[in-house]
Design a protein. Sequence first.
Length: 222
Amino acid sequence: MQKRFLLLIPAFNAESTIQKLIIETKKYFLPENILVVNDGSSDKTFEIANSEKVNLLNHSKNLGKGAALKTGFQFAVENNFDWVLTMDADLQHSPNDVPKFFDEINISNSDIILGNRMNDLKNMPLHRRFSNIVTSFLVRLRTNQNIIDSQCGFRFYKIDVLKYLQNFSDGYEFETEILIWASKNNFKISSVPIETIYNNEKSFMNHLHTTKMFLKSILRKY
């Protein structure tokens, strides 16, 4: 039976980038296999995504990236998709790298495939580089898996990983919690190299709060 793939894009105030991302990813996904979760945007993200005739779910207020991902994962489970590819809405991920994830599931038995930006550091701001190195080191210690770029949101998930995550966090730390929980439950994680893109886009992350929640996730019992 042919596998069914869903592209999930969590989006918050992404009116300047969401349309281009959707158009470029339509090279690899039919519109009915693309889902945008609008996480309470105050701009025209919802209207622009809706004009592209893809699946669209809406949070009436901003709940956090983890909450948007959980909404999308629930959609994937309920609609019998086999794999979910997640991409950030701000064009930090190149659609040209999508085929690498498809290739990886054909050559490995991984359950989660992470994008790895750490082979191409020249475009990554120094503070992001330092943060990724430190957080990925801690996640490797916690998971005992070779995770090089634990903070990358460009990921491919087998649906079996996504059925039991509704009680996890609603913020950015959700993506760390998935990796630790999956490792504790014997899911295999691998990586593919992807392009590193930074365009001076506005970050909605509160770095002090995010760091605190990351450490809480690392220390949590799963």
